[in-house]
Design a binder for this molecule. Structure first.
Ligand code: GLN
Length: 501
């Protein structure tokens, strides 16, 4: 995601990057577009498994496997979307194109959830792939190389993500539950129109940023360039039936996951050729972090799968200060609320620690310790349940608080670690791998969740809940082990990274 050489010397770009104050003003527009996009994404994510079990009448394990495949393909497509934006479309076209596909996807499902669910979802998968990685790429471009304000910009952007996720997680679920699931998808579609509109109406403020490398600003595309661009649009439309086939067939999903990871690693290894010894050392550490992140997401992403079903079937609706709080809204949105509240505090903590601030590998280890604590608390839900299998919303929310601290020690740290550990020319590949790790995490999460849902047909509600809570205990142990391993290898990693950490 490197701006072209011509763009770097453009005085308008200099003007953008020489902004005064804490944030460039373009960041607020990107914040708003991404906020609406995440509303759509997390709004849909939060209803999927419940919709699949209650409206498509799938069993819990089947719903989780399908859900996991959908989420895995979404993250795998960000790899593709980032690649084509860099090389052919440019960021502007990619974001608008991806946003439009997401709008079409949401409305397609809303039109007939029973019949058009998978085809609509396939549009959304491809659309998110073009939108998500590229809008973050533009944020990075608003800053000069060494600008210290970059991290604050990304932190603000991460809050935008979570404001959208918070609102979408509540609104789509509550609308869908009260008026029918089509309303959940329709509202996601309407909101996504805002996301595309905000970007479309404000992209002129980005000066020379985000144009296709083949079509310099203010020029009409040559026939060759037009063919390339149309080729990407056409190719992404053709990808939709392929994704449809992959998502609806477990065996194909499995094969895809077995093949893509090794291919991406080979591509990465080839990219490493020509790197200095020092660069290779850093890239090896990046690869270790990426590998561990797969496990982290496999635990964390129980959110939209098994935890969504636990919330639906094993938690009560409660009233807080006169407001009705439903368990699925808590499951969908408490994490985002905690991110918004806690991320400034964590930022302050790192600043306070100064020279004693832990390195990235140790922060990752803490990410695992906190998520282990979160899953340990989730695993206690069955202790608080009555014979009807209904447990405590308070305990559930507390577990989310712990898991969110874990997320904050790992997710934003990992993103910025990638940009620190990769040489500039491998930035695209490394970001692609980072998101591909989320795809694998989602896939693994669905396998783990489906395993927990396998209880005999005759099982009582409490026994069903125990299936999940026993599983969460296992996940807590795995997470703890990951954290310990990371602590043990931290000195080795530090030596490889050198002093700049
Ligand atoms: N919650 C973050 C987002 O939605 C990170 C997700 C991920 O990388 N798996 O952007």
């Amino acid at each position: 995601m490197v701006p072209s050489a011509a763009a770097t010397v453009d005085p308008r770009l200099q003007a953008i990057r020489n902004f005064e104050g804490k944030y460039p003003r373009q960041l607020w527009w990107l914040f708003l577009s991404e906020m609406w996009e995440r509303f759509c994404f997390y709004g849909m994510r939060g209803v999927l498994t419940v919709f699949m079990t209650e409206r498509l009448l799938m069993k819990d394990d089947e719903a989780q496997l399908r859900y996991g495949a959908i989420q895995a393909f979404i993250y795998a497509m960000t790899f593709v979307g980032g690649y084509f934006a860099d090389r052919i479309l440019g960021f502007r076209r990619s974001i608008v194109w991806g946003g439009l596909l997401m709008v079409i996807g949401s409305f397609t499902i809303a039109a007939s959830p029973e019949n058009l669910f998978y085809i609509g979802t396939s549009f959304t998968i491809v659309g998110t792939g073009f939108f998500k990685p590229n809008i973050s790429g533009v944020v990075g471009m608003l800053y000069h190389q060494g600008d210290k304000r970059r991290d604050a910009g990304f932190a603000l952007f991460y809050s935008g993500i979570n404001v959208g996720a918070f609102l979408g997680g509540i609104a789509c679920f509550e609308l869908g539950d009260a008026y029918g699931w089509e309303w959940a998808f329709a509202s996601a579609g309407i909101v996504m129109i805002f996301g595309v509109a905000v970007f479309g109406l404000t992209k002129h403020t980005l000066g020379p940023l985000g144009f296709s490398p083949f079509v310099p600003e203010g020029t009409a595309p040559t026939p060759a360039a037009r063919n390339k661009i149309l080729g990407v649009y056409g190719g992404s439309l053709l990808a939709i039936p392929c994704i449809l086939l992959l998502v609806t067939n477990h065996a194909y999903t499995d094969t895809f996951m077995y093949v893509v990871g090794p291919l991406a690693l080979i591509w990465f290894a080839m990219g490493m050729k020509g790197c200095t010894r020092e660069q290779v050392n850093k890239l090896v550490v990046a690869l270790v972090l990426i590998t561990f992140s797969v496990f982290f997401w496999a635990f964390f992403e129980q959110a939209g799968g098994s935890l969504s079903l636990v919330a639906r079937n094993h938690l009560p609706t409660e009233k807080l200060a006169g407001i009705t709080i439903t368990p699925n809204s808590v499951n969908n949105s408490s994490n985002s609320l905690f991110v918004i509240l806690l991320s400034p505090l964590l930022g302050l903590l790192w600043l306070r620690l100064g020279r004693r601030e832990p390195g990235m590998v140790v922060k990752f280890a803490f990410g695992f310790f906190f998520i282990a604590a979160g899953f340990f608390v989730f695993s206690r839900l069955s202790d608080y349940a009555g014979p009807n299998g209904v447990s405590s919303l308070m305990v559930f929310s507390f577990a989310w608080l712990l898991a969110t601290i874990g997320e904050l020690c790992l997710s934003p740290i990992g993103l910025s670690a990638m940009t620190k550990l990769a040489p500039q020319r491998m930035f695209g590949i490394i970001m692609g791998l980072w998101f591909l790790a989320s795809a694998y995490g989602q896939y693994l999460a669905s396998l783990l969740g489906a395993g927990m849902a396998k209880v005999p047909e005759t099982a009582s509600p409490l026994e069903r809940l125990r299936g999940y809570t026993d599983g969460y205990q296992q996940l807590a142990i795995y997470a703890l082990v990951c954290g310990v391993v990371l602590l043990l290898i931290a000195p080795w990693a530090r030596r490889r990274i050198g002093v700049e950490e």
